[in-house]
Design a protein around this ligand. Structure first.
Ligand SMILES: Nc1ncnc2c1ncn2[C@@H]1O[C@H](COP(=O)(O)OP(=O)(O)O)[C@@H](O)[C@H]1O
Ligand SMILES: O=C(O)C1=C[C@@H](OP(=O)(O)O)[C@@H](O)[C@H](O)C1
Ligand SMILES: [Mg+2]
Length: 173
């Protein structure tokens, strides 16, 4: 079992990924948390001290490390992961990739109180600005997310729904 979760910030990759790993009884890794552990500093600190380009380099390197280290896992990526450094090719080649599709209106509801921990969404004045930023970001990223062979849309994306999707996919290939 190698399952990779991709999707927008707030889609629930970290939350659902952890629950799926428990259900499948395989290790769970969250790419952002692994970067934080290895860098010994938070994501906002990495962005503010060294910039996004540095973060994307670390993200690409840690992604490849994790995939090489663990023969089975559920891996939750960051929202931008599939869009940089050929990371999507790496994800698609090494495991089964699931796109968590969540409408922007729901992302805004979930992220309103959490934008500070996500540097690309921080420092926006209000919910309308957050909605605009998320809409633009999704428009730029959709073509990457759409390459995932599995897609699960909110609000039905439970552990059980994903297990059924994976089962059906494996039976068909
Ligand atoms: N299915 C869900 N329904 C409602 N809220 C959710 C759901 N999944 C996650 N959340 C909430 O949304 C926020 C972002 O979730 P998180 O798992 O960190 O997303 P991601 O890793 O995709 O950015 C958290 O506050 C989390 O509790
Ligand atoms: O969308 C992005 O580019 C990012 C999303 C974050 O992860 P989540 O999707 O878990 O919030 C984190 O990797 C970083 O702040 C950049
Ligand atoms: Mg996350």
């Amino acid at each position: 079992m190698r399952l990779h979760l991709i999707g927008m910030p707030g889609a629930g990759k970290t939350t659902l990924g952890r629950a799926l790993a428990t259900a499948y009884e395989v290790p769970f890794r969250d790419l952002d948390q692994e970067i934080v552990r290895r860098e010994q500093r938070s994501i906002p600190d990495i962005f503010s001290q060294d910039g996004e380009e540095y973060f994307r380099e670390r993200e690409a390197a840690v992604l490849r490390d994790l995939i090489a280290e663990l023969p089975s896992l559920v891996l939750s990526t960051g929202g931008g992961t599939p869009c940089f450094h050929q990371n999507l090719d790496v994800l698609l080649e090494s495991g089964l990739t699931l796109y968590l599709a969540v409408p922007v209106s729901e992302l805004v509801r979930r992220l309103q109180r959490q934008a500070a921990s996500r540097p690309l969404l921080a420092a926006l004045p209000d919910a309308a600005a957050l909605e605009t930023r998320l809409t633009e970001t999704l428009a730029a990223r959709q073509r990457f997310y759409d390459r995932a062979p599995l897609r699960c849309a909110a609000p039905t994306c439970s552990v059980e729904a994903v297990r059924q999707l994976v089962e059906r996919y494996n039976a068909a290939v």
